[in-house]
Design a protein. Structure first.
Length: 465
RNA sequence: GGCGUCGUGGCCAAGUGGUAAGGCAAGGGUCUGCAAAACCCUCACCACGGGUUCGAAUCCCGUCGACGCCUCCA
């Protein structure tokens, strides 16, 4: 039984889907107006791991991730660049999709866009007005009426009275209640807009997700996810809109990832402390980003610095070490020892699943993986053959695959490869002659080319990296 | 000011009532011509102060501190 932490109840709960074996999961994507950063990567990876794990446990996952392509910031940026806003956002949609691919994040089942959901959004707003959950104001805006929603604030644990509305946000005079939020914003001159019963305008920030959810997954879904900075107001407002509209519980489970932190602060566009996904991938492997995420709880803040990145990189190296072949002269393990290794593989699978079943406890699941790593390496040291290592290595691949780790060995160019082989042959000759100085010189030379050398009784092996 | 999350070894981090997983780093060792990799060994009483309990990192109260949200934000 999978248990997961539900923001709505602030408790871990047994996971039960609306339909057997199917998970309807909606994850808030990004607003597309510039390069995505590693904080976005964290969120995407968290839900990618959740999705992969649910699939591993036999569920069919309908994974929807939206793109917010109509928004103030997009309009501002488009104005700056003198570009059509929808063209600009489309460009960044493709760009983000590419980033995700490079991070080995599986494509969502569908990626709806606000600009392509306009009729449904308008219909949704009309429905809310009919139910008197919303009202058209004199200025052409349409607002959601929070006072009419008796359980408004249930996700974020806020009460309307406690929120100092207007303290930091300007209260529009057209609003009935200071906390009322816009479903539809009247267009300013020259702004991109769509026709509606309330005149030209565009949707407010929250209604799109409610509408796209409805369009893609129906009135009720299993999991709604996103960064914990979205709990309020975004997700709170989504609940208010959708539940007012359908009269049913919207999402059964709300899952929120913690914030990635750089220098003790949340990484965000507005703070400007940003490392883009592209810049990250220039110097580190995609696996490193994923390992960083796996090392901690998805709900906790993720400390992003050189030290944690180095640690992640080294940990990956260790896992990779277990995937390497047996030594050439291996004489074979006793049948008993080989059976022990296979048993360890199965034990690891069990503890891995047990850990992940408990609210996706990846640090604990990783610990069980290291146990298997150690068993494989010990078996190899003791002379296991490739066929004896195989079941355990296959299991390790299977489980790291659930995490979405690729564990690729580095590669160099093939023209260099011939040179490497020649240098190693030369070095082996030198070693035979006990010309250690020459031998070490050649090793340094290879190292400079990015080649690691390992000598053993059976001769010399090498690899890139 | 309100709401929420949290404070575990040098760093990252699991554990939420029975005497502290794991990874990285560090030190020692096996192996090696020397290395590297791998393997073995060593390395914490859990922010502070009270309380509950036979027993607390784990429950309660208080203090201090950090972070997130209350405005766009993954």
């Amino acid at each position: 039984m999978i248990r997961l932490y539900n923001t709505l109840t602030r408790k871990k709960e047994d996971f039960q889907t609306l339909e057997p074996n199917v998970v309807k999961m909606y994850v808030c994507g990004v607003t597309v107006y510039n390069d995505a950063h590693v904080g976005h990567a964290m969120s995407a990876i968290v839900f990618d791991i959740i999705r992969r794990y649910l699939e591993y446990r036999g569920y069919t996952v309908r994974h929807v991730m939206n793109y917010t392509d109509v928004d103030d910031k997009i309009i501002n940026r488009a104005n700056q660049l003198g570009e059509d806003p929808l063209k600009l956002s489309q460009r960044y949609i493709e760009d983000y999709a590419n980033d995700l691919k490079n991070l080995n994040v599986l494509p969502a089942t569908s990626n709806p866009q606000v600009s392509k959901t306009m009729p449904l959004i308008i219909e949704f707003i009309q429905g809310l007005i009919q139910k008197e959950a919303a009202y058209a104001a004199s200025n052409g805006d349409v607002y959601f009426s929070v006072a009419e929603d008796k359980d408004y604030g249930k996700l974020s644990g806020r009460k309307l009275d406690d929120m100092q509305a207007g303290a930091r946000i300007e209260v529009g005079e057209a609003k009935n209640h200071p906390m009322d939020f816009a479903l539809w914003k009247a267009a300013k001159p020259g702004e991109i807009s769509w026709d509606s019963p309330w005149g030209k305008g565009r949707p407010g920030w929250h209604i799109e997700c409610s509408a796209m959810n409805l369009a893609e997954l129906g009135e009720q879904i299993d999991i709604h996810g996103g960064g914990n900075d979205l709990i309020f107001p975004h997700h709170e407002n989504e609940i208010a809109q959708t539940e007012s509209y359908t009269g049913k519980q919207f999402s059964r489970y709300w899952i929120h990832n913690g914030m990635l932190q750089l220098g003790g602060e949340k990484m965000s566009k507005s703070l400007g402390n940003i490392v883009s996904i592209k810049d990250f991938l220039k110097t580190r492997d995609a696996d490193v980003m994923r390992m960083l995420v796996l090392m901690g709880s998805y709900r906790a803040p993720l400390i992003f610095n050189d030290e944690t990145q180095d640690a992640a990189e080294k940990s990956l190296e260790r896992i990779k070490s277990a995937l390497r072949p047996a030594s050439p002269s291996s004489s074979g393990l006793s049948a008993g020892s080989a059976a022990e290794l296979t048993a360890q593989a199965e034990a690891t699978r069990k503890s891995f699943v047990e850990a992940m079943d408990d609210d996706f406890n990846s640090p604990l699941a990783l610990a069980s993986l290291y146990e298997l790593v150690k068993a494989i390496n010990t078996a190899r040291d003791n002379g296991a053959t490739d066929s004896q290592l195989e079941p355990a290595q296959k299991m390790l691949r299977e489980l790291t695959g659930v995490f979405g780790l690729q564990l690729k060995e580095k590669t160099g160019s093939s023209e260099n490869e011939a040179k490497v082989i020649a240098l190693i042959a030369e070095r082996n000759e030198a070693r035979k002659q006990k010309q250690w100085a020459r031998s070490d010189e050649l090793r340094d030379q290879l190292k400079a080319m990015g080649v690691s050398i390992e000598d053993s009784k059976d001769g010399t092996t090498w690899r890139w990296g």
